[in-house]
Design a protein around this ligand. Sequence first.
Ligand SMILES: *[C@@H]1O[C@H](CO)[C@@H](O)[C@H](O)[C@H]1NC(C)=O
Ligand SMILES: *[C@@H]1O[C@H](CO)[C@@H](O)[C@H](O)[C@H]1NC(C)=O
Ligand SMILES: *[C@@H]1O[C@H](CO)[C@@H](O)[C@H](O)[C@H]1NC(C)=O
Ligand SMILES: *[C@@H]1O[C@H](CO)[C@@H](O)[C@H](O)[C@H]1NC(C)=O
Ligand SMILES: *[C@@H]1O[C@H](CO)[C@@H](O)[C@H](O)[C@H]1NC(C)=O
Ligand SMILES: *[C@@H]1O[C@H](CO)[C@@H](O)[C@H](O)[C@H]1NC(C)=O
Ligand SMILES: *[C@@H]1O[C@H](CO)[C@@H](O)[C@H](O)[C@H]1NC(C)=O
Ligand SMILES: *[C@@H]1O[C@H](CO)[C@@H](O)[C@H](O)[C@H]1NC(C)=O
Ligand SMILES: *[C@@H]1O[C@H](CO)[C@@H](O)[C@H](O)[C@H]1NC(C)=O
Ligand SMILES: *[C@@H]1O[C@H](CO)[C@@H](O)[C@H](O)[C@H]1NC(C)=O
Ligand SMILES: *[C@@H]1O[C@H](CO)[C@@H](O)[C@H](O)[C@H]1NC(C)=O
Length: 697
Amino acid sequence: MRILGVLLLLSSLVEGISVSQRKKVVQSFSVRRNSSSTSTPLQVGNGNFAFGADVTGLQTFQPYGILSSWCWHNFSLPTTPGQTSVTDFTGLQWWTHDRLVTYNQPNPAQDDISTWLIKNPQRVNLGRIGFSFGQKSVSEADLQQKSQVLDIWSGELTSSFVYNGSSVGVATYSDPDSDTISVSIESELLKTGLGLFLDFPLPDRNKFNAPFVGVFNETDQHQTSLEKVSAHSAVVKHTLDQTTYYTTLTWTGNGSVTGPQQGTHRYLFTPSSSKVQLTLAFSPTLQAQEADYAAIAARSQAWWESYWTSGAFIDLSAVKSPNATELQRRILISQYLLAVNSASNNPPQESGLVNNGWYGKFHLEMNLWNSLPFARWGHFPLLWRSLPDMYTRFLSSSFDRARDQGYLGARWGKMTDPTGRSAPGEINSLVIWQQPHPMFFAETEYRSFPNATTLSRWDTILTATADFMASFAYFNKTTGVYDLGPPMYPVSENTNPNATANPTFELAYWRFGLDIAAKWKTRQNLTVPSIWLTVRDNLAPLPVVNGAYAVYEGIPSMWTDPATTNDHPAMAGIYGLLPPPLSGPPLNESFLRKTADMIYELWDLEQSYGWDFSMLAMNSLRLGDRERAVEYLLHPIFQFDDAGYPVGGSRVPTPYFPNAASLLIATAMMAGGWDGMEGMQFPKGWEVEVEGFVPAM
Ligand SMILES: *[C@@H]1O[C@H](CO)[C@@H](O)[C@H](O)[C@H]1NC(C)=O
Ligand SMILES: *[C@@H]1O[C@H](CO)[C@@H](O)[C@H](O)[C@H]1NC(C)=O
Ligand SMILES: *[C@@H]1O[C@H](CO)[C@@H](O)[C@H](O)[C@H]1NC(C)=O
Ligand SMILES: *[C@@H]1O[C@H](CO)[C@@H](O)[C@H](O)[C@H]1NC(C)=O
Ligand SMILES: *[C@@H]1O[C@H](CO)[C@@H](O)[C@H](O)[C@H]1NC(C)=O
Ligand SMILES: *[C@@H]1O[C@H](CO)[C@@H](O)[C@H](O)[C@H]1NC(C)=O
Ligand SMILES: *[C@@H]1O[C@H](CO)[C@@H](O)[C@H](O)[C@H]1NC(C)=O
Ligand SMILES: *[C@@H]1O[C@H](CO)[C@@H](O)[C@H](O)[C@H]1NC(C)=O
Ligand SMILES: *[C@@H]1O[C@H](CO)[C@@H](O)[C@H](O)[C@H]1NC(C)=O
Ligand SMILES: *[C@@H]1O[C@H](CO)[C@@H](O)[C@H](O)[C@H]1NC(C)=O
Ligand SMILES: *[C@@H]1O[C@H](CO)[C@@H](O)[C@H](O)[C@H]1NC(C)=O
């Protein structure tokens, strides 16, 4: 079935960019390293599981992560009287217009349970596997001729090195269908003491666990045991408080597993022939390992070939500019890395499955960047792993969140774990731009699949979302318009929430969301709730200062105080990320141009998060400046490392995947244009071939 599917795809593409051309372009960006990086691994993975390797193809010298979307851990609850249960937590009440509303914010009188709720659960690093050189202490400097290639076309990572005059060759793959890696090792040294170790860490308590996740020396805080040993397999059970999972190692030929060594969670695998093939599988329950090395390698090759041949494609190889080459590199490796790190059943975390940021949790406002590329690049099945199911699963807790605050509908959370619980936080509880995201996803899907299935699967979610959005807008009797906030945080999380009202981006996005919700009802011949239209048609006007859109209404010293020109320049998002409004007054082009110019001249992009560059690039495209769009995408502060990982910059650790995702959203817009300006929008003189793009809204 799998092979047939691939063949059908291949034959359906003969009209466009040929498979051999796609393969040539993709493989010209294979990643090569001669030594381990100390900040990023090379990875194999499948979106729900990923394995980070150092230069040995395993984790011999650098303990990079093995992360999944399913394995999470809680430290024990506090024992402080009155704070021993999550239901003891009260949050804080803030004045919201004329009433007190309870927000999910850390309560200083309940510090222990507040902190527990922020720090738990954490995403677990499943383990570590590396070469063991016997009794000798060997460092990476003791290896010669180190060389490594990650072929992103097949998902194969090949590594080789020489130790004490003998060569070692390693091939590493991830199974597309399970949480398993397969490894082939060839070396005469395997007969004379070269073996492998397995080790298991305890989660650590830091917000950011980068570049590595967990601690290996607090061994008395968790338990491992060798459960089942047979001639060709061994199972290690790992127990971390309430969390248990199993690691199954299988091998070909003779070999044995021993351990743990005294006072550690370290196990040794000792093979006895010069070639060994392994699988290493992780699962929450004990399972028989069925697929062997060769089966997994073949599945990986087939899956990746189907990925590269089925999606949209941009071929910049004919453009004789180093800028185009660098853009092509970023585009291709970002596509690889998002499939490995972000194509998950839950929304991905910002650092994917490389390391942990925010305890491994995911942010619902960032999910627009993180997940939208799968839709824009023709990989809907990867988007559908989490959407719209995630919204359906979190619907009931989001209804509760809105109801407890006196609103109708569903208020989506922010920094979230798989149960749908949003972590306490002042910003977490007051940011609002995640609310219209379901409309963006739904409408994007409808443009590719305009049928009744799409309409019905999103209808309940959009209705609940629009009900909240209409209910949240506050009718200001003095001005006769609906206000957003206060209190609230806009996209740029650096304003006084009690003074922030009517931010430009959120007003535009509220209109967009209500427009789409209304269209959704109309398409189904259903009545549009009149309150949605009343709110939409009476939203506060977009705030303007000195002829340019401002962060929010009444912001002091906009454009003249540097405090107003840093963090996210979200005003550029209203004509870039968002399409022009479907209702209400049109955007004023002179304001749009002046806003873009002022940002270009004044904004402190050092203090920016990388996806701002992609947002500004999309704004430049709509304003007709394609050269500036490319300039933003190649801005010196917007970096991708030697292996294509998006660099975090001054605010967050590396990698920071919203940068890679946003780059794909912006380049999809360059390739497909948008409504009213369909077709390619690359700089003048660029000879580009593209295929498979639907214009942006
Ligand atoms: C790795 O080593 C080879 C051979 O010495 C060299 O040609 C290549 O440039 C090196 N690659 C990197 C990424 O350093
Ligand atoms: C962690 O604790 C929370 C609150 O009791 C619970 O909802 C969640 O399922 C727990 N997660 C794990 C992985 O134990
Ligand atoms: C906002 O107002 C609430 C009272 O409604 C107060 O508790 C809080 O400290 C204020 N926050 C800021 C940042 O001024
Ligand atoms: C290197 O290999 C030789 C035999 O080929 C052996 O005698 C020696 O102990 C090895 N050295 C190390 C450091 O493994
Ligand atoms: C574990 O290692 C860390 C970092 O080296 C150190 O700070 C910590 O004290 C160690 N913990 C134990 C229990 O040895
Ligand atoms: C595996 O072990 C068995 C029993 O000790 C032995 O007869 C056989 O020769 C070994 N095979 C290899 C490939 O080493
Ligand atoms: C709508 O489109 C999707 C994707 O092509 C398809 O799976 C589904 O069957 C379609 N539904 C209808 C009712 O045509
Ligand atoms: C109504 O809007 C005005 C102008 O934006 C603002 O000053 C006032 O605080 C708002 N009224 C309420 C009750 O929020
Ligand atoms: C809506 O009504 C129109 C006109 O009666 C009809 O053509 C169309 O099929 C209906 N659409 C749906 C989704 O029921
Ligand atoms: C844009 O705003 C300026 C300044 O208020 C005004 O002169 C101009 O007419 C507006 N343009 C449009 C198209 O509304
Ligand atoms: C490459 O991009 C830089 C920065 O955007 C620009 O200054 C330069 O002119 C571009 N070079 C070419 C050959 O297009």
